[in-house]
Design a protein around this ligand. Structure first.
Ligand code: HEC
Ligand code: HEC
Length: 382
């Protein structure tokens, strides 16, 4: 089946119970039986005093959240970031403020919300280094800008104007070509390009997938390869020129990678989540959509199905970190039949560390793919 999707990234856990002064150690209740061995932030880095006790993937997720909340680049808080000689461990004044803010956020949630992570950097900052203090009169009387909550309200079944989740998910399977056609697609390889936000050039991209949920996406960037893999057990992200060349995914980040891989073979989507809810219809990229949210195993994901075609236009999934949820959004388009299954030839993979627009030129269904491809990625030698 299809739909390819992409893959994943960062961090994981959830519910930070950050106690007292420091360690934002989270009491992450999810049973972690799977996944590659975890590398913890304080072992991987030199000067960690607050975001301790969390794996590297989750740590990098918090850095992405900090940057997104303040509209900052890494170099706005870190000496030499983006140069050939970054000093990540240095403590310039802004980083010191950010560290204090991280402790403040943990304390606010602890003292007032029973440890629920309802206050995050975004709650106050909304993309600005200096949070607004006073409501502007124009905003009070102007159009309201509506931002949905992560966990969506359940639509009233009689007045909400939506069919039940089952029906929307079944229509999706039918729109893709039906369960039979989906079950006859057991693997595929695809080639195309990836266009990274802010770059002029496109980079060659290769995707391989194998049922039920093995997936690898590799982009050959000039500086090196970017890869995201999932092999039924472990997930990895490899990035060139970054602080840490590659890291494994844990917790809800790992679940997110699993979901991306499942979406390459979407016949199993309904069973992926233990619970589904339907919220009010919406519009995505100009198209009316039904909005369905799945949850289970520490992961929440929202699916936007085209009301008319029944196909999936958008999926947003959330991974928990010590500093709040990290979103990943995939927008699908250009569905074409492959072996009797509708597969998106185009999709945009947006996460907090970048946005990649994929365009495929070819998909080869039911080809042999070596399982080793889906394991820990290896950087290409120059
Ligand atoms: C708003 C400020 C801020 C931004 C933006 C930010 N960081 Fe950080 N970063 C911090 C703070 C604070 C720490 C220290 C955390 C602690 O002590 O627990 C840190 C620590 C780190 C470390 C560990 C360094 C060491 O060896 O101790 C790395 C690596 C890092 N950040 C990478 C990044 C990257 C990559 C980005 C951009 C995606 C980024 N940071 C953006 C504030 C920031
Ligand atoms: C309760 C509201 C609130 C929350 C939550 C919050 N901040 Fe702030 N932050 C502020 C305010 C207000 C200022 C400006 C303070 C001033 O003007 O002296 C600020 C300033 C900053 C600055 C200095 C900006 C500059 O211009 O150099 C950094 C860095 C920062 N915050 C990081 C963070 C990070 C990272 C988080 C999440 C861990 C966070 N803040 C969460 C209210 C908040």
């Amino acid at each position: 089946m299809k739909k390819k999707l992409l893959v994943l990234f960062t961090a994981g856990a959830f519910a930070g119970s950050f106690g007292g002064l420091n360690p934002v150690g989270r009491a992450f209740a999810q049973a972690q039986t799977k996944g590659a061995p975890k590398q913890m932030s304080e072992q991987a880095f030199k000067n960690i005093t607050v975001l301790k006790g969390i794996p590297v993937d989750e740590f990098m997720g918090t850095m992405g959240l900090f940057s997104a909340a303040l509209s900052f680049c890494c170099k706005d808080c870190h000496t030499g970031a983006g140069s050939s000689n970054p000093k990540w461990e240095d403590d310039p004044p802004r980083k010191v403020v950010a560290r204090r803010m991280a402790q403040m956020v943990s304390k606010i949630n602890q003292d007032n919300f029973n440890g629920r992570q309802v206050v995050t950097c975004w709650t106050c900052h909304r993309g600005s280094p200096s949070p607004a203090i006073t409501p502007p009169i124009d905003t009070i009387y102007g159009d309201t800008v509506f931002t949905p909550t992560d966990v969506l309200p359940v639509a009233n079944p009689t007045t909400g104007g939506t069919p039940p989740a089952d029906q929307i998910l079944d229509k999706y399977i039918t729109a893709l070509g039906g369960a039979d056609a989906l079950s006859r697609l057991t693997s595929f390889t695809a080639k195309g390009t990836s266009h990274l936000f802010g770059e002029v050039q496109e980079d060659p991209a290769e995707i391989s997938a194998k049922a039920p949920n093995y997936l690898v996406t590799v982009v050959h960037q000039r500086e090196g390869d970017v890869a995201r893999t999932y092999n039924g057990q472990e997930a990895w992200v490899m990035l060139p020129l970054t602080v840490i060349g590659k890291y494994s995914l844990n917790g809800s980040m790992l679940e997110g990678a699993k979901l991306d891989a499942q979406m390459a073979f979407p016949g199993g989507l309904k069973q992926f989540f233990s619970s589904w809810r339907v919220t009010y219809p919406s519009v995505v990229n100009g198209k009316p959509v039904y909005v369905v949210q799945g949850s289970g195993n520490g992961l929440i994901a929202t699916f936007y199905f085209d009301k008319q075609s029944g196909l999936l236009n958008r999926m947003v999934r959330y991974a928990g970190t010590a500093m709040g949820r990290v979103p990943t959004q995939i927008d699908y388009s250009d569905y074409r039949p492959v072996n009797g299954v509708m597969m998106p030839y185009k999709w945009t993979y947006g996460w907090i560390s970048g946005q990649e627009i994929y365009s495929l030129s070819e998909i080869q269904p039911n080809v042999a793919v070596d399982n080793a491809k889906f394991g820990q990625p290896v950087q290409r030698t120059k």
